[in-house]
Design a protein. Structure first.
Length: 123
């Protein structure tokens, strides 16, 4: 049995579909991830690649160096909302239900614009 990935309908003997730029489509091995040393090495390489991508994006968004974010990511660190602002993880604190609803509506409008998906009503 061979692994198969079908991201969309099959037309004219080929798969069709779409992917976000940051997506990582996978053809899964029959072993369900349990394999030999070569499989473990490949998974380790992939995890390091994902880690580096995420940490670079956080560093860019937070205005910090990759090395600083990497070092800080080696241990769990809990932030207060104010500390998260100072660190650069967030830009504001939502302190009311109406503010939360407004942020959700704004995000949904962005998603609708990016994806073309119809907007859903939020309480």
């Amino acid at each position: 049995m061979r692994p198969i990935l079908c991201p969309g309908p099959v037309e004219e003997s080929r798969a069709t579909g779409a992917s976000a730029a940051g997506a990582r489509p996978l053809t899964a091995a029959r072993s369900s991830g349990i394999g030999g040393a070569a499989d473990i090495e490949l998974q380790g390489d992939d995890l390091r690649s994902v880690r580096d991508t995420v940490l670079h994006r956080i560093a860019e968004a937070a205005g910090k160096t990759y090395d600083r974010i990497f070092d800080d990511s080696l241990r769990d660190r809990w932030f207060t909302a104010e500390e998260a602002i100072e660190y650069g993880l967030i830009d504001r604190v939502i302190d009311s239900q109406s503010d939360l609803r407004a942020r959700i509506r704004m995000r949904m409008t962005e998603v609708k614009w990016l994806t073309g998906v119809a907007e859903t009503s939020v309480g």
